[in-house]
Design a protein around this ligand. Structure first.
Ligand code: ADP
Length: 572
């Protein structure tokens, strides 16, 4: 049947419309199908085979630009080039700039070649073709590759083909972009899954939204039980961050970060330390944001620091103890040296006298020929013997008192009366040195509980010392008084050389003598005050000393109120 020319034209228009409708349908289906395509590879094969193949193109090859070699490699195909589900026959690579594809990739603009025989750029693939259409694939503003179609017919491709293929390329490009960013995100997510740092995402109130396995490990619990709880209460031990909560939240809401060290107690009760930094995640100020906590474990450092601190403390105590021990050993050495010097002097002098004088008198008839001398020597021997006896007695007394072998025989006595008796006995000694002793008694009626012999020994020793260590013609003043606490005090003051402050403590130790060189001129073994101290201890009394070198000394015996007898005689 012969058609009229306008009928032919109409038919042509109808065919065109139908083709366009078909193409739009396929493009629409493509757009919808994009949603379910998971990877770039699958997408490219889908485009080559299902989209371009269906759109009436005889064949289609998609090239991908390799970023390292800058070659265009065939990655998907339909038509004769496609020999299996995802197989490409004669898979070739074309350098950027070479061939029609290389030119399109280079210039980033599509090309339609009407007659390939006329184009010297044409590179023949498996089958010879007469015309070609090629459009670039753009991803994130860069050439990703090209979509290329060839046809055996001369001048086959027109503007319609170009429009359709450009649309396909554009849809494909955006899908690739989406695939790449999903891939990047999943890579990032994988990194976060794998890092040893704890990563916690929380909302602006501190409610945990998500966390990584390192966080589960720190808390020794599953993510499910962490999500929904408050981050601040999670730092259970972190009194510091808990108390700083308003401040931290304020900082975060203002878009600033927070950094600090927090202890984290796991469900197994183990406490581990983390240096955490908290920052807003969405980079926006305001209440609706989220924040991210990243924490690095520092438990080992903390434990090391603590044990270092501890060891340091131990070392310090040890060094203190050592210094103390050293001091003590120095004192002990000094005491021992003083002991040897004193004792040997104190023992040798009387022993020499005894041996020497008795030696002289041993010769026959010495005594008959020198009766007066003999009497004198005998007196020397006698006094040396007495001295030795008192020395030995002192030593024995001190050790027995210290060992509590001697008990006080407490009696009620009048201290002033006792002091007067001592003065009668000692008066001669003072007189020999022209020393004047006065007694000032505030309350002559006070009675105390004390061992009488011990009391006399104490007072005699103190007055003895005052005489020994005072210059001739000086004054000694003894005073007694009730003190504020209702105790009783007896002081012996002299105008002697006094004692250095540094030696006030040691003079009460046996065999130690203050200012050794000076004291050497004066007889004494350094036992007097040690004996006084022990005697007072035994009687629950105390002694103190005040002295200023060059200005004399005052020794004060303190009788506790309990030992002061309260009867009407003592009432004021
Ligand atoms: P000694 O008198 O035998 O040396 P003491 O134990 O009685 O032993 O005294 C110890 C030291 O205390 C004395 O060597 C002396 O240096 C010092 N001392 C004691 N009493 C006085 C005093 N009244 N004035 C100055 N120094 C004193």
């Amino acid at each position: 049947v012969e058609q009229r020319p306008d009928e032919t034209r109409l038919q042509q228009q109808l065919d065109d419309l139908e083709a366009k409708r078909q193409a739009l349908k396929i493009l629409n289906e493509f757009a919808v199908s994009l949603m379910t395509i998971p990877s770039i590879d699958e997408l490219l094969w889908h485009v080559a085979k299902e989209v371009v193949g269906q759109l009436g193109f005889a064949d289609c090859v998609i090239y991908r630009l390799e970023s390292d070699t800058c070659d265009l490699t065939q990655v998907a195909a339909s038509g004769d080039k496609n020999t299996g589900p995802t197989e490409i026959a004669n898979k070739i690579s074309i350098p950027l700039g070479k061939g029609i594809t290389g030119a399109v990739a280079n210039s980033v603009s599509p090309l339609i070649i009407k007659d390939l025989a006329e184009d010297r750029r044409y590179i023949r693939d498996i089958l010879p073709a007469r015309s070609e259409i090629c459009v670039p694939l753009i991803v994130e503003g860069q050439v990703f590759g090209v979509i290329d179609c060839e046809d055996v017919r001369l001048n086959f491709f027109d503007e319609n083909h170009l429009e359709i293929l450009t649309t396909v390329a554009s849809l494909t490009g955006s899908k690739i972009e989406q695939c790449m960013s999903t891939e990047r995100l999943s890579n990032q997510a994988q990194i976060i899954e794998q890092v040893s740092e704890i990563v916690i995402i929380a909302d602006m109130n501190g409610i945990v939204l998500d966390c990584n396995p390192a966080t589960e490990n720190a808390y020794q619990t599953r993510k499910a039980s962490l999500v929904g709880t408050n981050l601040f209460t999670l730092y259970s031990e972190a009194t510091q961050i808990e108390s700083q909560r308003p401040e931290v939240l304020k900082l975060l809401k203002e878009g600033d970060g927070w950094e600090g060290r927090v202890p984290i107690r796991g469900h197994n009760n183990e406490v581990r330390f983390f240096d955490i930094s908290v920052n807003t995640l969405d980079g926006q100020k305001g209440h609706s944001g989220r924040f991210i906590t990243v924490g690095r474990e520092v438990t080992e450092q903390v434990t090391a620091q603590e044990s270092l601190k501890e060891r340091n403390g131990v070392l310090q105590t040890m060094s203190l103890e050592l210094t103390e021990a050293l001091e003590q050993s120095k004192v002990a050495q000094h005491t021992q040296a003083a002991f040897l010097a004193n004792v040997s002097h104190e023992l040798r002098t009387p022993l020499n006298a005894i041996v020497g004088f008795s030696d002289i008198m041993m010769s026959t008839d010495y005594i008959e020929r020198n009766p007066e001398k003999a009497l004198e020597y005998n007196q020397y021997i006698h006094s040396a013997g007495n001295h030795l006896t008192s020395l030995v007695n002192d030593i024995l007394d001190i050790s027995s008192l210290a060992a509590k072998e001697i008990q006080a025989n407490f009696v009620e006595l009048n201290p002033v009366d006792e002091i007067n008796e001592c003065l009668t006995l000692i008066g001669r000694k003072a007189g020999m040195r022209d020393i004047d002793i006065t007694l000032e008694a505030d309350d002559i009626k006070t009675q105390i509980l004390f061992d009488e012999r011990h009391f006399k020994q104490v007072i005699t020793n103190l007055i003895d010392n005052a005489i020994k260590y005072s210059p001739k013609k000086s004054k000694i003043r003894i005073s007694t008084r009730r003190n504020r606490d209702d105790g009783f005090e007896i002081s012996v003051s002299d105008q002697g050389n006094g004692i250095e402050a540094s030696q006030l403590d040691t003079i009460f130790t046996a065999f130690s003598r203050a200012d050794w060189a000076q004291a050497q001129q004066v007889e004494g073994a350094g036992l007097g005050l040690a004996l006084v101290q022990e005697l007072l201890n035994t009687n629950n009394a105390q002694i103190s000393v005040q002295s200023r070198p060059g200005h004399g000394s005052t020794f004060t015996v303190l009788i506790a109120p309990e030992a002061v007898v309260q009867n009407e005689r003592t009432q004021p």
